[in-house]
Design a binder for this molecule. Structure first.
Ligand code: NAP
Length: 286
């Protein structure tokens, strides 16, 4: 298998590692705008060689894992360069505008729109992890617009990586993901900001930070280069989710001011259901 990974960071590097484990004879070529990331990926054995878009014509699979604003510019050029039998899949965290930008491309049937719900707060090839995708969900959009045999090639690879597949339209993807991913990142960034501004002495933050603070603020270590274009592309849904979140924060603050501690208790007790939801246990109707 000839695999080309464009954007050899956390997501692309992890994909290359798993692909190599499943297909030890795969030849993996890395393309990236960062020469140092390419060198690092070579040193780490994540890719076999560096390349450019000339190699795309003979690729079986192209995995594109660059920031979503770069995807808008590069995907049409990538499709221009691939062969008729190449499947191109992206990993972008937004899907609406990305599906739109390739919709009328003559090679639209070579493209599969994906979003693997897997990752960490780190970036670059050194953050790539073996088995990152195992047991994780891969959201696929507009599958009917991809040639059937190319869908099959991609799905076989995802299956070998032990991913679960969910099919969704791009609008539903962007709406749902605003709540379960984008809002969590904003909330973590702003929690970090609030604490940093209050506790000007960074040493105190370091000494006092308990595991609750550390786990809640983990996503605030994420890359602004990656997240700014995500928020820009999904602005409408993100603003809607933020409004609902701010309303909940306001309600909670008001309950405290009004000494309504039974209601404070209830707010938290109702939200404890998240334990069952995250374990996939169906909720009993009350
Ligand atoms: P990353 O670790 O920063 O890797 C992205 C790589 O792409 C970097 O080496 C970057 O170089 C390079 N790059 C940027 N623009 C490029 C361009 N125009 N052409 C070629 N290479 C380019 O980011 P990541 O976390 O792997 O994220 C990659 C994609 O996966 C994004 O679309 C993101 O939305 C999606 N995603 C991320 C996660 C997550 O949790 N991180 C989860 C699911 C999906 P520079 O560093 O020099 O810019």
């Amino acid at each position: 298998m000839n695999l080309v990974v464009i954007g050899i960071g956390l997501i692309g590097g992890s994909f290359a590692k798993d692909a190599k484990k499943i297909h030890p004879d795969a030849h993996i070529i890395g393309i990236d705008k960062s020469e140092s990331h390419l060198d690092e990926a070579l040193e780490l054995g994540i890719i076999d060689e560096k390349g450019d878009y000339d190699v795309l014509a003979s690729a079986d699979v192209v995995f594109v894992s660059i920031p979503v604003n770069a995807l808008m510019v590069e995907l049409p050029k990538i499709l221009d360069a691939v062969g008729d039998d190449t499947v191109v899949m992206d990993a972008g965290s937004t899907k609406g505008l990305i599906c739109e930008v390739v919709n009328d491309h003559p090679k639209r049937r070579n493209f599969l729109a994906c979003h693997p719900i897997a990752g960490t707060e780190f970036s670059g090839p050194s953050a790539a992890i073996n088995g990152l995708y195992e047991g994780k969900t891969n959201i696929i959009c507009e599958v009917e617009k991809t040639a059937f045999k190319l869908q099959e090639r991609a799905l076989e690879l995802f299956q070998q990586m032990k991913m679960r597949i969910r099919y969704m339209n791009p609008q539903a993807h962007d709406k749902h993901i605003a709540y379960v991913s984008h809002l969590s990142h904003i909330s973590s960034f702003m929690l970090g900001k609030t604490v940093i501004e209050k506790e000007k002495n960074e040493r105190d933050i370091f000494d006092l930070a308990g595991s609750g603070f550390e786990s809640t603020v983990r996503l605030a270590k994420s890359s602004p280069d990656m997240w700014t274009p995500i928020f820009e592309q999904n602005k409408e849904n993100v603003v809607e989710s933020l409004q609902e979140y701010i309303q909940n924060l306001e309600t909670f603050k008001q309950l405290l001011l009004d000494n309504e501690f039974d209601d404070v208790y209830q707010e938290m007790n109702n939200t404890n259901r998240i334990k069952q939801i995250l374990k996939g246990i169906p909720l009993t109707k009350s």
